[in-house]
Design a protein around this ligand. Structure first.
Ligand SMILES: CC[C@@H](C(=O)O)C(=O)SCCNC(=O)CCNC(=O)[C@H](O)C(C)(C)COP(=O)(O)OP(=O)(O)OC[C@H]1O[C@@H](n2cnc3c(N)ncnc32)[C@H](O)[C@@H]1OP(=O)(O)O
Length: 347
């Protein structure tokens, strides 16, 4: 039912209901350089819905700026080559989890790529043996555990990944090691995925009693079909070298050390006979026919995320998962799941 409402109607009924007043990101008085650079990326927006989207994303970015100013770790680095751009997620001590600073960086990288006319492809990968372990749980715990702020994050990342997916470039996620939670969602925003032997794409959100926040469920269903997507989202089973190609999720599997080189050779062999502008035209001409329905589904995904994010059940499941990680690091068996996970009314 929520999806039938316009974003603006929906927000006025549900977003600013007091929860957001407690949320650290709710301050809307200050303006900042990166929020204004973000705003400029909505250049064609004129409707009130899009202004509202812009405002909420701006608020999320201001919170990210606070994290960066307080010494937030990690970065998203862009390396522009002759034909290929490389985006490196760089927070290796946390398996390249997204800190506030990295959300900011990622948006800036997408803005830069939007004006890169010479390029043909972009590869996204992670530093030091991991792709990305999702949101930085320290940043999440400090600043994001409110439904209204989770919603801001979800709108922001879904929109930024849609901008990324619309670049006139062939995009590839080179997945080495874990791509969990938001990291798995990131991999779905690319045109193609190349796995190394250690790749493990896992939509762990269900275990955390939340749904996907970055548009990943909609995108996964587009890649492997609704029936398979439903299984991997609910079971949290991994997509890896044993099933990735069969599912149509990844194109190739290679050794860890060769991931980047193989990806570049594959891009060049398959795509680079075409000039950059022709690649851009074909990107546009092969995009989904019904983008309105896609946007509507993404909005529904963000609204569903808000329903599940920051609830008691989410807090409990997050604590259970952390305890489980500690136990498995210590080589112990896990006890039964907590009651909170079984009872959707507990939030
Ligand atoms: C916010 C968006 C939301 C969404 O919409 O999906 C999310 O993304 S929620 C976050 C979902 N992600 C997770 O729950 C992943 C948690 N991490 C893991 O399960 C494991 O770390 C791993 C990714 C499978 C890697 O395992 P392993 O290689 O064995 O490494 P360690 O577990 O020892 O981790 C090393 C180091 O990194 C820290 N770490 C890992 N992930 C995160 C994270 N997401 N945020 C912050 N820190 C993270 C981990 O705590 C270890 O730190 P030290 O103990 O200090 O070395």
């Amino acid at each position: 039912m929520a999806t039938k409402l316009s974003l603006l109607q929906h927000l006025s009924r549900r977003s600013f209901n007091g929860i957001i007043k407690r949320a650290p990101f709710s301050s809307s008085s200050s303006s900042s350089s990166s929020s204004s650079s973000f705003s400029s990326s909505f250049s064609s927006s004129s409707s009130s819905n899009e202004q509202e989207l812009q405002r909420l994303c701006g608020e999320f970015l201001r919170g990210c700026e606070e994290d960066a100013a307080e010494g937030g770790v990690g970065s998203v680095d862009l390396l522009l080559g002759r034909e290929i751009a490389e985006i490196k997620l760089n927070n290796p001590k946390k398996r390249n989890a997204f800190s506030g600073r990295m959300f900011l960086d990622f948006e800036k990288v997408v803005t830069q790529l939007e004006s890169w006319k010479e390029g043909k492809a972009v590869i996204i990968h992670g530093a030091e043996g991991a792709f990305c372990s999702g949101g930085d749980l320290d940043f999440v715990a400090k600043s994001l555990m409110f439904p209204a702020v989770g919603y801001q994050m979800s709108l922001f990342m879904t929109h930024t990944l849609n901008r990324f997916a619309s670049l006139p470039l062939i995009s590839v996620a080179m997945v080495r090691g874990p791509a969990h939670g938001g990291g798995a969602e990131l991999a779905t925003a690319c045109d193609y995925r190349i796995f190394t032997r250690t790749a493990e794409v896992r939509f762990v959100q269900a275990r955390l009693a939340i749904t996907t926040g970055f548009g990943g469920a909609t995108r996964l269903a587009g890649i492997i079909g609704g029936k398979q997507a439903l299984k991997f989202l609910c079971s949290t089973d991994p997509i890896n070298m044993s099933n990735g190609r069969q599912l149509g999720f990844c194109e190739l599997i290679c050794k860890d050390a060769e991931g980047l080189d193989i990806t570049k050779v594959w891009l060049s062999d398959v795509f680079f006979k075409a000039p950059a502008d022709i690649i851009g035209h074909y990107k546009r001409l092969t995009r989904p026919l019904d983008t309105t329905a896609l946007r509507q589904r993404h909005l529904e995904e963000s609204e569903t995320f808000r329903e599940t994010w920051g609830t008691d059940r989410h807090f409990q499941a997050k604590a259970d998962a952390a305890a489980e990680r500690l136990r498995s690091a210590a080589g112990q068996r896990s006890p039964p799941q907590s009651k909170a996970k079984e009872n959707p009314q507990s939030s």
